[in-house]
Design a protein around this ligand. Structure first.
Ligand SMILES: C[S@@+](CC[C@H](N)C(=O)[O-])C[C@H]1O[C@@H](n2cnc3c(N)ncnc32)[C@H](O)[C@@H]1O
Length: 318
């Protein structure tokens, strides 16, 4: 029987990008996770609820991987699921460190089992809300890449505010990426791709004629306007999300990158393909612009400002 911690209204009503953090592990899975966690899972002090991050917590990746001062490349994936992409990359690139950030217990157990089975020394699991982790816990400029692949689409209009990728999240990605670092995104849902495109444009220096709304800019969005075939060209009325891009009916905006060659096929990408959806990749490159805490709400404040009733709390403990 799980113990439910007391929850304030603020915690209940917080907007989260995930619907579940707990999972029903088999006895064997739970035992394996408990035995392996000290080696592969980062111990995250909580702010006030499961998967939250204590504001004072600092995670030093170099110390974690034992490479203090070596400046090794670091890939941070938010929402790794079972880890097909991040662990394949870790296996293929032993000189690059990898953090798989995930909230769902079942996925965390799978990640840990895979890291152990494959003997990976360059991958660790961070059981935390990635938005909070990037906002405060990771050092400024620590990452060479941040990945967000096939995030939960939150398709209903009233759920859109739960989408992970928004302006506040972009600010947190800018915070942790080093100059020249790359933010890679992919989705199989057209309207989420357009939202991602808008977020990247808002945080980027753009080709002439396209306005950005940030003072930064923290990103270069080199692919703005690229692959217009994935905009209007793929329009099929009434199909599974491949409609005309409302922000760019002509396809002049868009900014879709070529598929990231380093991304192993995941269950979610395969499902999108099987169901006839177009896969869109997006890429933004971090500029030299120094990151300064933004005047707009931080990711943490955004999380605390959720509309009541959006999130059905699960009453979980760690
Ligand atoms: C649709 S799955 C995609 C998984 C994986 N990227 C793939 O392509 O197979 C999205 C994952 O993101 C996780 N997730 C959602 N919000 C998150 C957050 N704020 N921090 C960390 N993980 C999150 C979910 O638990 C889920 O496992």
């Amino acid at each position: 029987m799980q113990q439910h911690p007391p929850r304030s209204h603020a915690i209940h009503s917080r907007v989260r990008s995930y619907s579940r953090a707990g999972g029903r592990l088999s006895e064997a899975q739970a035992e394996a996770l408990a035995a392996l966690a000290p080696r592969y899972v980062v111990d995250v002090p909580r702010r006030d609820a499961v998967r939250t991050v204590a504001p004072g917590f600092r995670l030093d990746p170099e110390a974690l991987f034992g490479h203090q001062g070596w400046g090794r490349p670091l890939v941070v994936e938010i929402g790794s699921g079972s880890g097909e992409a991040v662990l394949a990359h870790a296996a293929a690139h032993p000189g690059v460190d990898h953090l798989a950030v995930e909230v769902w217990e079942t996925a965390i157990a799978r990640l840990v089992a895979s890291i152990h089975r494959q003997g990976l020394r360059n991958a660790r699991v961070v059981p935390a809300d990635g938005a909070e982790l990037l906002a405060t816990a990771l050092p400024v400029g620590c990452a060479s890449e941040v990945w967000v692949f096939f995030p939960d689409p939150w398709r209903k209009a009233r759920h859109r505010k739960r989408r992970l990728v928004n302006a506040a999240f972009a600010d947190s990605v800018a915070r942790v990426l080093r100059p020249g670092g790359v933010w890679r995104l992919a989705t199989d849902w057209a309207d989420y791709a357009w939202q991602m495109r808008d977020v990247l444009e808002g945080a980027s220096a753009l080709p002439e004629g396209i306005e950005a709304d940030s003072t930064g800019p923290y990103f270069r969005y080199d692919d703005a306007g690229a692959r217009p075939d994935l905009g209007a060209g793929s329009a099929v009325a009434g199909d599974a999300g491949n409609g005309v891009d409302p922000g760019s009916p002509s396809g002049a905006r868009g900014g879709w990158s070529e598929r990231f060659a380093g991304r192993a096929m995941t269950r979610f990408e395969q499902r999108g393909i099987d169901e006839g959806r177009t896969i869109r990749d997006l890429t933004a490159v971090r500029t030299e612009e120094q990151w300064i805490p933004a005047a707009r709400p931080t990711a943490l404040e955004r999380l605390d400002n959720g509309a009541p009733g959006l999130f059905a709390p699960e009453g979980l403990t760690d």
